[in-house]
Design a protein around this ligand. Sequence first.
Ligand SMILES: NC(=O)c1ccc[n+]([C@@H]2O[C@H](COP(=O)([O-])OP(=O)(O)OC[C@H]3O[C@@H](n4cnc5c(N)ncnc54)[C@H](OP(=O)(O)O)[C@@H]3O)[C@@H](O)[C@H]2O)c1
Length: 319
Amino acid sequence: MSVHIIPTKITFLGCGKLNTAILSGILSSLPDPPSTFQAPTYTPNEKFLPNPTVITPTSLTACVHHQSTSTSLTQTFSHSPLVTVLANENVPGVQRGDIIILGVEPSVYRPVLAEPGMLDALKGKTLVSIVGGVSVSKLYDAIFHSSPTSLTTSEREKHCHIVRVTLGPSAAVRASVSLISEEAGRRYPPAVLTSVYSLFMRVGEVKMWPEQLQAAGATMLAGGLAFLSVAVEGMVEGAVGEGVEREEALQMAASCLAGLSKLVAGEESPGGVRGKVATPGGSTAAGLEVLEEGRVKELYREALRVTTFRTSRLDDPKE
Ligand SMILES: NC(=O)c1ccc[n+]([C@@H]2O[C@H](COP(=O)([O-])OP(=O)(O)OC[C@H]3O[C@@H](n4cnc5c(N)ncnc54)[C@H](OP(=O)(O)O)[C@@H]3O)[C@@H](O)[C@H]2O)c1
């Protein structure tokens, strides 16, 4: 079967922590052979193009607000001739791209999308939003906010295609999971989803994901890294207390996480992993009892609940 190689220009509209991670991951993926990035050839609902598609970035434009950010990003990516950084030039930046990855804070996506000239600049393009808590329909509203046209919903949707993607900072090391959501009830051209899918395969695994579960996905993928880092910190501090060098302790914790990650990504349940290590009445069981008495699992559950709730309301002015 033939492979579609599609040269594509990518613009990062806002390039802070997360878009910089995606940009870094994409850059480090470029030397790999295209076959690594083949999107699924077919799904029963015919969402994808029939042939494997490889999105090959030919330019990567990062748009930021402050000149100081622009200077530091230019330095960070000085090794790549594909990267251009622009400060306060969002419309020219969007004009340069085929796929636009919107990565500004939830508080500024509206003015950015309503900038004069943005509506025209987005025509015919795919806008991928990684902005937390902002639905596809709100993004369309923001784009058409200052437009005097009376376009119908379907005319708006044809103007540009908007897809939401949630992923975490481990995109920088191409180890994220990207959750792609289309707006419920809407039919996207297969080429749109295929190109987004194929692009994000460069920074890890990709899944189609219901839009209403975006906040929970963001909590697991981004918040989850932060939550688990608390466990790592506690373990490292404990090991240092026992006389282990901090660096050694960190490496051991990292190796535990890597092992755990492989086990639970395979067939093993978290409880099954505990069962492999702890024997009733044994030393690990004694440590697990301490965690249980401290209600650590319930605290993690509550942290997930609170963060998901807050994420789903990031665009709520009352929050
Ligand atoms: N960080 C994560 O792990 C994570 C996870 C899931 C979802 N998200 C979502 O991803 C989005 C970005 O998060 P982040 O953590 O990367 O935020 P961030 O580090 O604060 O980055 C925001 C970026 O937007 C730029 N920006 C702000 N106003 C702008 C404007 N008017 N024109 C052009 N660029 C502008 C900033 O430029 P300057 O630096 O020049 O001000 C900066 O590059 C948020 O919506 C967040 O909800 C983040």
